[in-house]
Design a protein around this ligand. Structure first.
Ligand code: G2I
Length: 550
């Protein structure tokens, strides 16, 4: 029988050989993993044990398209050690076995987290909790330490709150900050060869939280704590905008000497899908993959599941979903093509599409208008991908909408407001056309119904953000209403990062909030409320204004 050290050495040797073999250019129809491997990256997916056991399509796509796997839930504490000292690895093993069969690397997720950790851990005293943490890490990491497929671990997950303070979880409250360094040291001891990561969400762009993570990683490494890698989850939403400084952010972490990776990518939208939302989502997916490709230290991108049939999003964000690259029936979406083409690597099309015609404006209301223009033509080979409508307003013109065809209805506009807009076309290679001539229109005034009012209050704020809560919606009329729409304007530079009790859509600085399924009905005199969180340039204390309710 081979010693485990020898097994590992042979496996490593195999890996090295695989990397040294000349890579033939991946052909256009090749699966994602072939293109990713040719670029020296992984493309991964999270897997859930239920469908892995029960659905043939799930298994075959997961095996064929991806070269990296993360267990969506099966390696978490509640799954692996539900009662103290009672370890259960059937789900985790099923995922690892699948990865081995399909020649995929596994990222272990996750050892120390405030969520999905059983009550027995949370109620321990300090000394027992530290010992339980070290034992858990030692047993879980140790189980796979000799398995060459399992190459990395999320040692700690989501240790920051949204303001960049250390989260006051039961870990922090009981053990203080030292639990983080202790967790990394325990993981290193359990598997000296595994790559050890810290992982979090809302850290894709440069902001207070990502800067706090940057500072923590720098400090830990100075102290000799074995942090090898930083995971950026990447739970994005098309209605909240793309973190355009993602690449720059990855680069600053890479300069600390760590590997970086996108660990849980999904890009949700307000359902139902349509061609415009699909196109925006595809652009976001392409941008994430391109950011990773552009940064040498970026190991790859893991998508948080691959089919809309199995995704955490609709359960957590009612009214949102369709966040993945295959639909519920395992059909590829435009976002699949975007990931594929980005991995397949550039294109040779240097020619932008022709300039769109002047937009003709029709159907102007208080909050919407329809634009139609003469279509562009793309002759460069990559094909016309769609159009972006911009609002002309000065130094930077915000995009108002995207479309795949030569017409779009702008929504979420402010009442009684003058708009100058123009259109640019883009092709499959990302080339943008020149701007069309500008069209002007003015939205009609307010609601006039007097049926409802909206007022917003700042509940809490910090240097780079604030929470608006409650935004009170009151039925001031004499008859009941069964749905409401509140519009308001964000100060320039402010962006919505989350919301609750209403469905928000954001267009430039204009926000439209519609009632959720459960709070649209208001009797005369009744009121309800919703809330949202905003990120702002440091110290810019302006707040949203122009609330209008209809
Ligand atoms: O919340 C999204 C992700 C944020 N980063 C860390 C990830 O680990 C996290 O994943 C999600 C899973 O996608 C969900 O599937 O973590 C959730 C738990 O916080 C997972 O949800 C849980 C449900 O809450 C449970 O009710 C359910 O039994 O999934 C369990 C298994 O389906």
């Amino acid at each position: 029988m081979l010693s485990s050290a020898l097994t590992r050495a042979l496996a490593l040797f195999g890996l090295i050989i695989t990397f040294l073999l000349p890579t033939t250019p991946a052909d256009a129809s090749a699966p994602l993993r072939q293109h990713a491997a040719a670029r020296g990256k992984f493309i991964g997916t999270a897997l859930a044990t239920g469908p892995l056991a029960g659905e043939t399509s799930y298994r075959s796509i997961a095996g064929a398209e991806f070269n990296q796997i993360t267990a969506e839930n099966a390696m978490k504490w509640d799954a692996t050690e539900p009662s103290q000292g009672q370890f259960a690895f059937s789900g985790a093993d099923a995922i690892v076995d699948f990865a081995v069969q399909n020649d995929q690397q596994v990222h272990g997720h996750t050892l120390v987290w405030h969520s999905q950790t059983p009550g027995w851990v949370q109620s321990l005293g300090a000394a027992q909790m530290r010992a339980a943490m070290q034992n858990h890490i030692s047993r879980v990491v140790g189980r796979y330490a000799d398995n060459p497929a399992v190459v990395s671990w999320d040692v700690v997950n989501e240790v920051f709150d949204d303001n960049g303070n250390l989260r006051t979880s039961f870990w922090y409250n009981t053990l203080g900050q030292s639990y983080i360094a202790d967790a990394f040291r325990a993981a290193r001891a359990a598997d000296p060869d595994a790559r050890l990561c810290i992982n979090d969400y809302n850290v894709e762009g440069i902001n207070a939280k990502s800067t706090a993570m940057y500072n923590l990683v720098a400090t830990l490494r100075q102290q000799g704590v074995p942090v090898d890698c930083v995971g950026f989850q990447g739970h994005l939403a098309i209605q909240y905008g793309f973190p355009n400084d993602l690449r720059q952010n990855l680069e600053r972490f890479a300069a600390l000497g760590v590997q970086v990776r996108i660990t849980e990518l999904d890009i949700r939208l307000q359902t139902p899908r349509d061609a415009t939302k699909d196109a925006t989502q595809a652009t976001y997916y392409r941008n994430v993959v391109n950011a990773c490709l552009a940064v040498t230290a970026c190991a790859g991108v893991t998508i948080w599941g691959f089919t809309d049939r199995h995704s955490w999003v609709p359960d957590t964000f009612p009214g949102q979903g369709a966040a993945l690259i295959y639909d519920e029936n395992y059909q590829k979406k435009p976002s699949y093509t975007a990931v594929h083409d980005a991995l397949a690597g550039g294109t040779t099309d240097p020619t932008p599409p022709t300039t769109p015609g002047t937009p003709a404006v029709s159907g102007v209301t208080a909050t919407s208008a329809t634009l139609t223009w003469a279509a562009s033509i793309d002759t460069g080979g990559s094909g016309l991908a769609g159009y972006t409508v911009y609002r002309e307003q000065g130094a930077t013109d915000p995009p108002l909408a995207q479309s795949t065809g030569n017409t779009v209805t702008l929504t979420g506009l402010s009442p009684n407001t003058a708009y100058q807009v123009y259109v640019r076309a883009r092709d499959g290679a990302g080339n943008q056309s020149a701007a069309s001539p500008t069209a002007s229109f003015t939205t009609t005034g307010g609601t006039g119904t007097g049926a409802c009012t909206a007022t917003g209050t700042v509940q809490t704020q910090w240097n780079t953000g604030y929470v608006m809560q409650p935004v009170t919606v009151a039925n001031t009329g004499t008859s009941g209403i069964t749905g409401w729409t509140v519009t308001f304007t964000l100060p320039a530079g402010h962006t919505v990062t989350g919301s609750w009790n209403a469905v928000l859509s954001v267009s430039g600085q204009n926000v439209t909030a519609r009632n959720a399924g459960y709070n649209g009905t208001l009797a005369p005199g009744a009121s309800t409320s919703f809330g949202f969180q905003v990120s702002r340039p440091g110290g810019d204390t302006r707040t949203p204004g122009g609330y209008d309710c209809m």
